[in-house]
Design a protein around this ligand. Structure first.
Ligand SMILES: Nc1nc2c(ncn2[C@@H]2O[C@H](COP(=O)(O)OP(=O)(O)OP(=O)(O)O)[C@@H](O)[C@H]2O)c(=O)[nH]1
Ligand SMILES: [Mg+2]
Length: 203
């Protein structure tokens, strides 16, 4: 359903609609893509590529304004299929969440006995052995930063204190370009993969 760039290494951004993936993409690549105030802006993957390596912003899952529920399900399936198909080349999946609504959404679904999309997606990355980062975005709006980060991380399987997971969990404010903790996670991951040639894109 979703085509991707013709590359042999990729970083993907995944997450619910409206969490700030496209804004983060812009900060990560230095190139502009359409973002918006309402959920459901990105409906096809956006890639930025440097010949053999790309950063790809995937559509968001969950509620999308003006998009029928069945179509929302298809998009989620398309995202899962994209990740499964490209698992061999994905160096890192940046799972983006909204610091201010994540816990509430996850708990609401869990209380209903359903698996929240984000928990499901994170488990998929784990099952496929795809290294994951969690960008806890819109951190500028969080009241108690450390408590928020602890609560978010815990629900994705990283028990508190969140700081012990600094190789995974990265607070970000994509809107004003404060994404240094995420850049650090990306650089560490690239070093692990011996892709020092790519570090210059994330300095
Ligand atoms: N306060 C704040 N707002 C942010 C931040 N990052 C993004 N936003 C805002 O959140 C809204 C959604 O941003 P997008 O980047 O379009 O989100 P998305 O995840 O790509 O959304 P979809 O394409 O609909 O899935 C926009 O109004 C952004 O300006 C942030 O760190 N802090
Ligand atoms: Mg988007």
């Amino acid at each position: 359903m979703f085509d991707g760039p013709d590359v042999d290494a990729e970083i993907v951004l995944v997450g619910r609609s409206n969490v700030g993936k496209t804004t983060l993409m812009r900060e990560l690549t230095g190139h502009d893509f359409a973002s918006g105030r309402r959920p459901g802006v990105t409906r096809e993957p956006n890639s930025y590529d440097w010949n053999d390596f790309a950063v790809t912003d995937l559509p968001g899952y969950g509620f999308m304004e003006g998009v029928p529920e069945q179509r929302q399900e298809e998009i989620k399936d398309g995202i899962v299929e994209y990740i499964e198909r490209n698992r061999g080349r994905i160096l890192l999946a940046v799972h983006v969440v909204d610091a201010n609504s994540f816990v509430e959404v996850v708990d609401r679904w869990s209380e209903r006995g359903e698996v929240p999309h984000d928990v499901d997606l994170h488990a998929l990355l784990h099952d496929l052995d795809i290294p994951a980062a969690v960008a806890v975005n819109k951190i500028d709006k969080a009241g108690d930063r450390d408590a928020t980060l602890d609560e978010v991380a815990e629900r994705l399987g990283y028990p508190p204190p969140w700081r012990q997971w600094s190789d995974v969990v990265a607070p970000t404010n994509a809107k004003n370009g404060s994404i240094e903790p995420l850049l650090e996670v990306v650089r560490e991951r690239l070093k692990e993969e011996k892709r020092h040639d790519l570090l210059k894109h994330f300095s």
